[in-house]
Design a protein around this ligand. Sequence first.
Ligand code: ADP
Ligand code: GLC
Length: 483
Amino acid sequence: MRILFVASECYPLIKTGGLADVVGALPLALGRLGGDVRVMIPAYRGVVDKLDAVQEVATYGDVFGGPGRLLLGTTRDGLKVMALEAPHLYDRPGSIYVGPEGRDWSDNPRRFAALGAIGASVARFGASGWHPDVVHAHDWQAGLTPAYLAVSEDPHPPVVFTIHNVAFQGVCSASEFAGLGLPSWFFSPGGVEFYGNASFMKAGLVFADRLTTVSPTYARELRTPEFGLGMEGILNERAEVLSGIVNGIDDGEWDPETDPLLPAVYSARRPQGKARCKAEIQRRLGLADDPEALLFCVVSRLTGQKGLDLVLPHLDSIVARGGQLAVLGTGEPGLERHFTEAAARYPGRVAAVIGYDEVMAHGLQGGADAILIPSRFEPCGLTQLYGLRYGTLPIVSRTGGLADTVIDANEAAVRTGTATGIQFSPVTAAGLGFALERAFDLWADKKTWKKIQAKAMAHPVGWESSAAEYMALYDDLLGTRSV
Ligand code: ADP
Ligand code: GLC
């Protein structure tokens, strides 16, 4: 089966968050199940340089104000990527979404309409003889793909649209929408219109054949106003085509037994290397060299979604109970400042690295004892999956994919040996406070901690079963159900 992915990020070419991890890893897993996947992303500055065996497979005279072409190449992992080169849209410095003044690039509607339009063109006409059977579009940036396909009545492959985060809705004004080459009747409440503007996310929700999101719990939450953020109406209308499939991780990139970014490798059977990873990260971050200190880490965007403000009231008690905290993140200036100040206030006990650092993300997953993820909402979350794999116990709020992937160390789960981490609710500072107390109590009971850690590391977090679920969905959509 030939599957065209359309997305705005793909690890290892370009990444701002978990979307890139999924778009980089799921196609490889689908490939192992017989899928022939090509991933279309914009050729942002530097992307094509990271591809091997690059060849031109299509050219376009005018892509919203300039010429464009599609370049097919291969990543170091063998992923086939079609990079949409359109320098007037994508060849610029800095962030892929945000301009130098800290606001979204003003031409984002055109930049991502172009992605959708060329995605639809490849869906309909193919590229250099390759014709997809199914199109799989991801998040708002690819939301117009099914809309451009819906413009004509000609037959075209069916489209799956995956919501990775409904909080990012790709909203533009009616006048901007008018310049995107879609019929004006699309701008209606039954189409892309969203509270007086147009939403690319809504376009995906309205025009795709199937909708998925990245965990079963988030699929249910999305149908409520609290989590649906205005999209709950259309999601309830289309509930029969909406399902949740939990993300996996690329266990080639994230495996403590082979990870070249760790100072020592380890496994559940031979865990000694984890102590070396801890000593090394403590040294690197200027934390006290103390194997007995319960070391919590955070690897996250620092935004309201992630609930990290809830950690701040607990810094005193973490330090008072002999714990340590290492934060790696970037985002809202206020949160960046709070964690930087905390590091200055508690030298040797709290460290904050403000920035984006893939190597340190691995170092923290390897070296920390626990990872804090107190998200207010979390469609899936990947860092708790990395935490499980690395024996770094996830302490998570009970929402979205966090609820679906971590088994709380309650009395029954500890007794039956099924626990893999700690969950808490409500998502408040007090809720997190109880979870931290439970973590310290478990840490004091080394035997139980080790049991939970071994269970966490054995928990299946790879893509196998979720990739099979996507395959079944594509088969079902094509009416060739193979099971
Ligand atoms: P989201 O996509 O909402 O940010 P996920 O948990 O799905 O959350 O994915 C986040 C991804 O980004 C993970 O791979 C995580 O390791 C990575 N990440 C987040 N912040 C940083 C950072 N400051 N440095 C390095 N990696 C980061
Ligand atoms: C989004 C979500 C995150 C999810 C990721 C990949 O960024 O915030 O929860 O893991 O997409 O699906």
